[in-house]
Ligand binder design. Sequence first.
Ligand code: URA
Length: 253
Amino acid sequence: MRGSSKRRPEAEQGARLLQQQIEMGGRELFMDRLTREQALALAAAAKSSGADILPVDSGENVKSLPVLPASYEELRSAALSCDRCQLAESRTQVVFSDGAVDARLVVVGEAPGANEDRTGVPFVGAAGRYLDLLLATVGMSRRDSVYICNVLKCRPPGNRNPMADEISACSSFLEKQLELVHPEALLAVGSFAAQLLTGQEKTALGRLRGEVHSYRDIPLVCTYHPAALLRNPKWTRSFWDDLQLLRAVMDSA
Ligand code: URA
């Protein structure tokens, strides 16, 4: 098994932060971990169900999609020069990914914001720092065990929601990334990633979270976006529950 479950300094820092939230009135935040048997049953159920194919390009406002290269570095450079949709005109930088290419876990977010567009690195703003802390509490970090990317690789102007044709244009990059990294588990944060990866595009995030789905035989957990947690701190408890579910699935792999 890759990685280690030993607690690191960031994990201690994250645990302290969450403890502070509880002390500030956030109610009880920690839940018991699932048993190994429960996690195995959830993972087995996920393997036998669920969507496994990302949506095909609708073709409307999107350039025709050439076959993507098979190697990781070629895929990355194809993304960096991509002009398949209108976001190519307004972006500063393409934001492809961060973290370990041989990661145990891939986290998929929505789209770059202003900080990410400026730096070219996903999840570097306040939401990203909060996500890092929360992942550290379950012993995961982008330094060695987490790979992080987004549904869209370019920033929608003004941080508006991704549009359907932009998702169609970009989703084959994500599909190939997931195939090449091939992690033990996936965490979709926010409704755009959750709906895309489950193939349940009309289902609310609240109904997708709390269970184990499957994306091409990879166990998938969906949860709130860390930016939503910053706006609604009481959702942190549910996020924490979802992280425990994810951890249990990974521990049982
Ligand atoms: N929100 C996201 O979904 N992704 C980022 O990279 C930054 C903020």
